[in-house]
Write a protein that binds this ligand. Structure first.
Ligand code: ADP
Ligand code: MG
Length: 760
């Protein structure tokens, strides 16, 4: 990133929270010390064995210890940022750190306690106080609140909390959240209400609030638009956007044993956070030309704040206790890197999407409409007055009338008109010279006129109300937003800001002196004695050696952290590869190639939604005939004329039967089966079988008799039909005795019947 005159670094501050009850009760060692004067955080290694190891020192723009007050942070660090937002810059405040270290405390704090309110409520106060003290400026303030959880964006202010929003990009205004609701707010109370609604929605959806809030990013957005008359006599609008970001907990997510869906979930939870880290690395690296903003929703949305045209402050929150030392060091290193990001803040002047401009134009349009209405009326009245004999100068006076007079005037006008109509109505009623019919007609006419009059009046009033409502949203200092602080409070504020500024300068000077000290170490070269030279040089050596050791230790630590990270990434990669292989295996073995090709052909990547989708199936490209049925064919397969429909109902004629072909008698299908052929059994075998199967009382029947007289001999047939044996009668049994003789008597009535498909 090239350095230009207007570029400035991301400001990084560190805040260490106090020990909490539990930590105190468990007597955890305090390993973090904070040097507020120098802006340094010093971390000791808690392990006994490494007592000789030097403490690690990190330097930041400013640091806050456990006694730090919310208001100190605000005055020193956040106020300048919010001030620049009021000037039309974009600004972002990130709270970064492990869960439970005070991110939410810093951002929101304790809402009902003015002492412990966080940045968000303090900025509300700041913004509206600023507006109330402004002069000749019009402001419009609106707020949005969203949450990113598992790479899904949720609008915390919308009624439908199940809906997920998408990111969109426009060349002129950049990345934005589509359909994100925003509320125009007129006072601190209103914007606080917006925040409360969002917070409630945040906790309602979550099954476990703690886990949810530690894994989701919450972004509160305040947009301040300001319109002011420029030197060129034109109104200019500046738009400043303040993003207040409470990030997900930065602690390492345990991924052990996670596979498939769970693994995906685990990698998704902090995708935005790791992408943020990658973006920071790429920005600081200086060699990489590609910054992976697009890797996550968070980085895409806050692209401007990282290496873009916004002002950015990052608050790194840490805990003081020994058991957190690993995470604390990670946080400190992470934020230390962020210090090197360069932004080029720029004022947003007259952007295309300024809502204030739309408001102003709409108000002007409505006012013009109102003007036209009253103009018409006035002219009518003036004509009347002129008829009465007054002079014509009235006209001009009338047009320069101011609002209040106009209001009175309007009331008078309506009353006058109404009274006049009423009088006329009465006159008609009392006029006996008119025929009843004529009277009724006239009365009706008058009534209609009165109704019209009323409607017109209502419309005018509605218009006026609308203008009023819209105007009330545009804040003008001293007019519809009044500063309630008194002189004393104002002085106090000013003093506080001065002190904050002084502190900042002091710290900067200290830091500069420190670095200069090291540089000048070599310059003091005059020694009075050899001993002194030895002493001084030994001291110098010791100091440099200590520094060398510190740097070596740091290198070692960073290398270790890198190795860990790499191993984790490799593990993730292995798991994903395995997953992919499995999917390939399934596709290759269980999905026909043809089907696979079809799907591959239909699949496409939707850039907007960042998701793979499939095109709908149509036989021909853009063939909508497949999809929709013409209106004239509802209930039919094709459009039918009225005539055809009637004919279908009236006459059983073939001509119009096109639609119900299926109701015609079916043609018999061609026969596809063969006649059944009995297996041929030798007569001897048949006879033996027959004997064996015959019941005892049937034995008397001579087998030879079957040939000629079975069909007609009653006793024999009777005995056959009604066997008295205890054996169950089966079809086979009753038919087999007769069948064996088929070859010799094909036309026999006892010939077995085939089952179906043979015409009777
Ligand atoms: P996070 O949002 O990072 O998970 P919280 O803001 O919820 O952490 O803080 C955890 C607890 O520590 C809360 O009870 C909060 O009140 C307390 N806490 C954090 N920072 C401070 C601080 N600077 N002073 C006093 N209490 C703090
Ligand atoms: Mg939190």
């Amino acid at each position: 990133m090239s350095k230009s005159k207007s570029s400035e670094s991301v400001k990084v501050v560190v805040r260490c929270r106090p020990m909490n009850e539990k930590e105190r009760a468990a007597k955890f060692e305090r390993v973090v010390s904070v040097d507020v004067k120098l802006g340094q955080i010093i971390v000791r290694n808690p392990r006994e064995a490494s007592a000789s190891e030097l403490p690690k020192i990190f330097t930041y723009d400013s640091v806050y210890d456990s006694n730090s007050k919310q208001i100190d942070l605000y005055d020193e660090t956040f106020r300048p940022l919010v001030d620049s937002v009021l000037l039309g810059f974009n600004g972002t405040i990130f709270a970064y750190g492990q869960t439970g270290t005070g991110k939410t405390y810093t951002m929101e704090g304790v809402r009902n306690d003015p002492e412990r309110r966080g940045v968000i409520p303090n900025s509300f106060e700041h913004v509206f106080t600023h507006i109330s003290r402004s002069q000749n400026q019009q402001y419009l303030v609106r707020a949005s609140y969203l949450e990113i959880y598992q790479e899904e964006i949720k609008d915390l202010l919308s009624k439908d909390q199940s809906r997920r929003l998408e990111l969109r990009e426009r060349p002129d205004t950049g990345v934005y959240v589509k359909d994100l609701s925003s509320f125009v707010t007129k006072s601190v109370r209103e914007i606080e209400h917006v925040m409360n609604v969002g917070n409630q929605n945040r906790s309602v959806g979550a099954t476990n609030m703690n886990e949810h809030s530690s894994r989701s990013h919450a972004i509160f957005v305040i947009t301040v638009e300001c319109s002011e008359l420029g030197v060129d006599g034109e109104n200019h609008i500046r738009v400043g956007k303040l993003n207040l970001v409470d990030l997900a907990g930065s602690e390492r997510q345990t991924k052990t044993g996670a596979q498939g869906e769970r693994l995906k979930e685990a990698t998704k939870i902090n995708l935005s956070l790791s992408a943020l880290g990658n973006v920071i690395s790429a920005l600081v690296d200086g060699r990489s030309s590609h910054i992976p903003y697009r890797d996550s929703k968070l980085t895409r949305l806050l692209q401007d704040s990282l290496g873009g045209n916004a002002r950015t402050v990052m608050v790194a929150n840490i805990g003081p206790a020994s058991y957190n030392v690993e995470e604390t060091l990670t946080t400190l290193r992470y934020s230390n890197r962020a210090k090197n990001i360069k932004n080029k803040p720029r004022i947003n002047e007259d952007p295309k999407d300024a809502l204030l401009r739309e408001f102003q134009e709409e108000i002007a349009r409505l006012k013009e409409q109102l003007q036209k209405r009253s103009g018409k009326k006035k002219r009518r009245r003036q004509r009347r007055r002129a008829g009465e004999g007054s002079d014509g100068e009235d006209l001009e006076e009338g047009e320069t009338e101011d609002d209040d007079e106009e209001g009175d005037d309007k009331g008078d006008y309506w009353r006058e008109q109404q009274e006049k109509l009423e009088r006329e109505r009465k006159a008609i009623m009392e006029d006996h010279s008119l025929v009843a019919e004529e009277k009724a007609r006239l009365l009706k006419e008058k009534e209609k006129k009165m109704e019209d009059l009323k409607r017109e009046k209502d419309a005018g009033e509605m218009l006026a109300a609308k203008v009023k409502a819209m105007e009330s949203k545009l804040l003008v200092g001293g007019k519809n937003i009044v500063d309630h602080t008194n002189e004393q409070q104002k002085m106090l504020e000013l003093k506080r800001q001065e002190i904050a500024e002084q502190k900042r300068r002091e710290r900067e000077m200290q830091q500069q002196m420190e670095s200069r000290d090291e540089e000048t170490l070599e310059l003091k070269e005059t020694y009075s004695s050899l001993q002194q030279e030895v002493d001084i040089k030994t001291k110098k050596l010791k100091k440099l050696f200590a520094k060398l050791q510190a740097v070596k230790a740091e290198i070692h630590d960073i290398q270790e952290a890198h190795i860990n990270e790499r191993q984790e990434l490799e593990q993730t990669q292995n798991e994903l590869t395995r997953d992919l292989k499995l999917k390939h295996l399934i596709i290759e073995n269980f999905i026909p190639l043809e089907e696979k090709n079809k799907i591959v052909h239909r699949a496409y990547f939707d850039d907007e939604d960042e998701y793979w989708k499939t095109k709908p199936i149509t036989r021909i490209e853009d063939d909508h005939q497949m999809m929709t049925r013409p209106l004239s064919a509802v209930g039919y397969r094709r459009p039918l004329s009225q005539h055809a429909r009637m004919a279908m109902m009236m006459r059983p004629e073939m001509r119009y039967k096109a639609e119900n072909i299926m109701m015609l008698d079916m043609d018999l299908p061609a026969r596809t089966t063969k006649e059944y052929q009995e297996p041929v059994i030798a007569p001897k075998v048949a006879a033996a079988l027959e004997d064996a199967l015959r019941d005892e009382d049937e034995i008397q029947v001579d087998a030879s008799g079957f040939h000629s007289s079975l069909g007609s001999t009653p006793p024999a047939s009777a005995s056959l039909k009604k066997p008295k044996s205890g054996r169950p009668r089966t079809g086979k049994k009753s038919s087999t005795p007769t069948s064996p003789f088929s070859p010799s008597s094909p036309g026999s009535t006892l010939y077995p019947q085939s089952r179906g498909l043979v015409p009777k």
